[in-house]
Ligand binder design. Structure first.
Ligand SMILES: CC(C)(COP(=O)(O)OP(=O)(O)OC[C@H]1O[C@@H](n2cnc3c(N)ncnc32)[C@H](O)[C@@H]1OP(=O)(O)O)[C@@H](O)C(=O)NCCC(=O)NCCS
Length: 206
């Protein structure tokens, strides 16, 4: 893990060990990942699709797929967690944020973890990754919108101290404070330290 600030070599993408001993490789998504994202979506359960997109979407394609895979690294950042031990697997999860056009210190955050990988800490790693990148880019808050029935994500955000307002009966609006003192609330495995070190490299994440 390079510590020298004059070292401009881009470090390799981090591979992090999950609490259950599995491994996750973290890297930004690019337009070349469209087939992978389409396939990962196809394998998602109806419930996970509904929780992420709020509609019973059957196929992820067209403009929505373009939007999800066309990050600029500044106002729109998208990272995936991949299984380095099963390269043909389309992915363990992906997460993104879009900076608000009206308030550049806020970004809308979304995340999806493949059903078979949920509850293994993949979501936590993706959130930590995007959290640290958002802070570097001057973003202080993530906004998440979730269906009121989506207990896992609401419970998760509650445990991280998010402000949660559910007043339209259908969705909850959650604001997660990303300022430094809140950072410590992300539960990390010891191996997460290597991810943090990687992310703090000045030429690390793009
Ligand atoms: C929400 C989601 C991203 C969580 O990802 P994950 O990889 O399972 O999350 P982790 O294993 O890192 O767990 C993070 C927290 O989620 C909560 N959580 C995860 N699975 C849960 C479950 N089945 N029931 C209740 N809470 C759950 C827990 O609070 C957990 O924190 P803890 O480990 O400190 O208790 C995942 O369930 C998902 O993709 N759901 C479908 C899409 C979706 O709802 N996206 C959010 C809309 S923005």
């Amino acid at each position: 893990m390079p510590d020298d600030p004059t070292d401009t070599t881009t470090p390799p993408n981090p591979v992090v060990t999950l609490p259950d001993g599995g491994r996750a490789l973290l890297r930004p998504l690019t337009p070349a990942d469209k087939p992978r994202v389409r396939e990962a979506f196809r394998r998602l359960s109806r419930q996970s699709r509904y929780h992420r997109f709020f509609t019973p979407l059957e196929v992820l394609d067209g403009k929505l797929l373009d939007r999800l895979t066309s990050a600029d690294g500044i106002d729109h950042v998208v990272w995936a967690a991949l299984d380095p031990d099963h390269p043909d697997d389309p992915g363990m999860g992906a997460s993104s944020f879009w900076r608000s056009r009206t308030d550049p210190s806020e970004a809308e955050f979304s995340i999806t973890v493949a059903d078979e990988h949920q509850g293994r800490g993949v979501g936590t790693l993706l959130l930590a990754t995007l959290w640290l990148q958002a802070r570097r880019l001057g973003i202080e808050r993530f906004r998440l919108i979730a269906l009121t029935e989506n207990f896992p994500v609401i419970h998760w955000m509650e445990s991280l101290g998010a402000t949660i307002v559910c007043d339209d009966g259908a969705t909850c609006d959650m604001i997660l404070d990303l300022r430094d003192e809140a950072r410590d609330r992300i539960p990390m495995t010891p191996e997460g330290d290597s991810l943090l070190a990687w992310l703090s490299h000045p030429f690390g994440p793009s």
